[in-house]
Design a protein around this ligand. Sequence first.
Ligand code: BTN
Length: 242
Amino acid sequence: RHIVYMESTASTNEVAKELARKGAEEGSIVVAEEQRSGRGRLQRGFYSPFAKGIWFSLILRPDFFPMEASKSTLLAAVGVCRAVRSLGLPNAAIKWPNDIMVNGRKLVGILTELSASMEKIDYIIMGIGINTGMERADFPEAFREGATSFRAEGVHVSRKTLLAAVLSELEKEYAVAETEGFARVLDNWRNLSCTLGQSVRVVLGTNSYTGKAVDIDKDGCLLVDTGNEVNRVIAGDVSIRP
Ligand code: BTN
């Protein structure tokens, strides 16, 4: 596969997009030691300090079925969660839609972006950030309580081994989608999730409500039972209530 390695860049998703536009093949990745303005979901930033994690973007060109961005995000979460579990964090679990949590703190963020015309998907950029080397005190105060890393959890991991494991698990899950259908990926997601069955608060802009996360549907939307009705949550933030 084509691998682009960078000491420092603004955001690997941006570099990958540029490459994809120029025709880079499926499976190409861009990985950086540091991102100066790493991007997260919902217009947020993503803290990506030098050599303290794996910050990378994978270019996909799925043509075997129209796989939307939300679906590839769920698929990515399954693959990454498996890799993380296998390398010493067996408690890792997926918080809907795409954070990997360890003991209630966020270890991994995933940002999937897509470029498509009416007829077909041109490319998908799967951006994945995994915290490895930060001590708890290294995280900016604003999210210190909510974030973690392999090191902060007391687990030593080689970034090389971790990246290889993640890529291999992603490939496996991609093959599952291709051969067995996306429903199978959803089942795998359900089994790795820490959101389903929990009381949650759904935050949509300035609005919020609480309910019980009962399932995800075939498109990956979260189904939240408020007692009166079951809401389908497409995007937004969900916090698990203690
Ligand atoms: C989130 O948690 O909101 C998503 C974070 C995604 C971070 C990764 S790191 C590699 C890639 N490049 C970016 O700018 N963002 C993603």
